[in-house]
Write a protein that binds this ligand. Structure first.
Ligand code: C2E
Ligand code: MG
Ligand code: MG
Length: 610
């Protein structure tokens, strides 16, 4: 059925009654009251009227032929469009009117004939008002529903957006976390992640006594040489290749991490005893021996490995790594390219090292050092040409400590700066006194200069002040510098060396041949002399035929206009060989060991000739 709504503002009332008289009376009254009234004599007419326009109210007679009022009402109530239209039953007083039935079939009220117009009006008005209110409620409900739906869909959209946002944030977060926990060069876990993994393993071991693990600390031997000589790009390429090679020696369950620089860590899980960890270390050491074919170079490298066994008594994962690190240092000290398993005694040694550091700090404050002087002999005259100042530590309980036992720690801690400046000052003071008290005004003093001093911005002014205070002739001063200083080839080092030369101070390249300097570097710097390391002098004697590399070193010095000083002469044969090779100067225990100031002075005054 296609119903139409009443669109005029007048309320539309449909009266259904088979009695024409009734229809007439009611309709004229209601029309007068301002309603639009339509009439139907039976069900058929009523239906047609409703199909034309839906009324706002129906007044329905009960007693009608064919279809009675109850039936009509029920039919209207059964149809969706008409179901809400209020129906007021109309009944004559003498009708048998079943009010209960009237309400049951959906009637809302009833009026009786003869009509009390006032009453009819009130009832009609009430029902129309009720209906109106109902409609309004329905509209409001519909609007509300619509709004709720709108808001719901808005919320759903917002929720969806939020989900997308959370998703992308999570992704970003995990990417960031990935960056923070991995090494950018090799893509391997970094130290932070590695410690976390060890922590997990440690927790596991504490809960499950059948679970064992080990931590390996790997450090490439002489990696710095590659970096310094071939450049960082090649160094990076090599690190990536090393990481790949390490990985090949491991099972997928093991963790390989890059701990920084040329250091790597391996966490071996699900192993039964230390021998399995040793096997892995041996395999790695074997693997790494094979040549690395990089894009432009073929490189050989070695590694030293420290192993610590994952005992559950470890309190912190860092301690396991520390112990593996300590064991790795021991492997290096024992000759590199090997592994070493940590034992608790090593920890004790590490503590001793710390004590040494503290002692050394105190020694600097209390000036517990002395300078000894070892003569340097001019081989053409056989006379002393000068002395090398060599520091010793007068330890309050340990006695005299030699440089090898404290210089490395002093270098590491930076204490070398204080010590070295003090040696320089003392040596200058001594030279000044010797010059005053002897005839030999050309006597020189050589002082070793730590690479550390070159990063001291006031190095030159400190040297100037000491020279000024002690009134020594800078031309009698020689500074011994090792190759590592010029390896940096930095402008700063260049400038400092140049300025030292401008002051007439002599520059000596110390321990020549033991470092990794290229000759082109050497050429760039203003050295006056090369000091051939004692290891070459030693080999010279063993290798009588070609005398090792010493002749070549002497010819390098000569061709570059530098003097040559051979170090570590212990035997007359060595001396004879060096003389035959026309080496300029020599120094060694054969002439004299490093002597206390007084003994050195006695040597000067006794004027020995070799
Ligand atoms: P260096 O500068 O190469 O000094 C030569 C070292 O060789 C000295 O060891 C010297 O005693 C030793 N030596 C000399 N002749 C012989 C010999 O015939 N046979 C043997 N086996 N050894 C000989 P020392 O005094 O123990 O010093 C070791 C190193 O410590 C020095 O090597 C130097 O690099 C460093 N050093 C010493 N004093 C100072 C200092 O005041 N400042 C700095 N920065 N380093 C110093
Ligand atoms: Mg020296
Ligand atoms: Mg030397």
């Amino acid at each position: 059925m296609n119903y139409e709504r009443n669109l005029s503002h007048k309320k539309d009332i449909l009266i259904i009654d088979d009695t024409v008289e009734n229809l007439r009376i009611l309709s004229s009254f209601l029309t007068k009251e301002g309603y639009s009234v339509r009439k139907a004599l039976n069900w058929q007419m009523a239906l047609t009227a409703c199909q034309a326009i839906l009324p706002d109210l129906i007044l329905l007679d009960i007693m009608m032929p064919d279809v009675n009022g109850y039936e009509v009402c029920q039919r209207f109530k059964n149809w969706r469009e008409t179901a809400d239209i209020p129906v007021i039953f109309v009944s004559a007083l003498d009708d048998v009117f079943d009010k209960v039935k009237a309400f049951k079939v959906g009637g809302v009220d009833y009026i009786t004939k003869p009509f009390e117009f006032e009453e009819v009006l009130v009832r009609v008005q009430n029902q129309l008002a009720l209906r109106e209110a109902q409609k309004e409620i329905l509209t409001l409900n519909a609007q509300l529903e619509e709004r709720v739906q709108e808001r719901t869909s808005e919320l759903e959209n917002a929720l969806q957006q939020l989900r997308t946002e959370i998703g992308s944030r999570r992704e970003l977060q995990s990417k960031l976390l990935d960056i923070v926990l991995h090494d950018s060069l090799t893509g391997l876990p970094n130290r932070v992640l590695f410690i976390k993994q060890i922590e997990k393993a440690l927790d596991h071991a504490k809960k499950d006594s059948s679970y064992h693990f080990a931590v390996l600390f790997l450090d490439c031997d002489r990696f710095k040489v590659v970096n310094d000589s071939l450049g960082h790009q090649v160094g990076d390429e090599l690190l990536i290749a090393i990481a790949r090679r390490f990985k090949e020696s491991l099972s997928p369950f093991d963790t390989l991490a890059r701990l920084g620089g040329d250091e790597f860590g391996i966490l071996l899980e699900n192993i039964t005893d230390i021998r399995m960890a040793i096997q892995v270390a041996e395999k790695i050491l074997q693997q790494i021996l094979n040549t690395f074919y990089l894009s432009r170079y073929e490189v050989f490298i070695n590694a030293s490995i420290g192993i610590s066994w994952g005992k559950k008594c470890y309190e912190k994962p860092e301690y396991l790594l520390r112990d593996a690190d300590t064991a790795m240092y021991r492997a290096k000290a024992l000759g590199r390219a090997r592994y070493h398993v940590f034992d608790p005694g090593m920890h004790q040694e590490a503590i001793q090292l710390l004590e040494l550091e503290n002692d050394l700090r105190r020694a600097c404050e209390r000036e517990e050092f002395i300078v000894c002087y070892q003569p340097i002999i001019c081989l053409s005259t056989g006379k002393i040409s000068g002395f090398e100042a060599l520091v010793r530590w007068q330890h309050p309980t340990r006695g005299l400590v030699f440089p090898a036992d404290f210089i490395p720690v002093a270098e590491e801690t930076g204490l070398i700066t204080t010590i070295n400046i003090w040696v320089f000052q003392t040596a200058c003071e001594t030279l000044r006194i010797w010059h005053e008290q002897t005839a030999n005004k050309n006597l020189t003093i050589s002082i070793n200069l730590s690479p550390r001093l070159f990063s001291k911005s006031d190095l030159l002014s400190t040297i100037d002040k000491i020279i000024y205070d002690t009134q020594v002739n800078p031309a009698n001063l020689e500074l011994e510098i090792t190759e590592s200083v010029i390896m940096e080839n930095s402008d700063a080092v260049h400038t400092i060396l140049q300025q030292l030369r401008e002051r007439q101070i002599q520059l000596v390249m110390d321990d020549f041949g033991t470092g990794y300097s290229s000759l082109s570097y050497l050429h760039n710097f203003p050295f006056n002399a090369l000091k051939i390391d004692k290891s070459f002098v030693k080999i010279m004697q063993e290798n009588q035929k070609n005398m090792g590399l010493v002749p070549a070193m002497l010819s390098i010095a000569r061709s570059m206009g530098m003097r040559a000083i051979a170090e570590g002469i212990e035997t007359p044969q060595q001396l004879a060989q060096l003389k035959s090779l026309k080496c300029d100067f020599a120094q060694g225990n054969m002439f004299a060991i490093a002597l206390r100031t007084e003994a050195a002075f006695d040597l000067i005054t006794s004027e020995p000739i070799w």
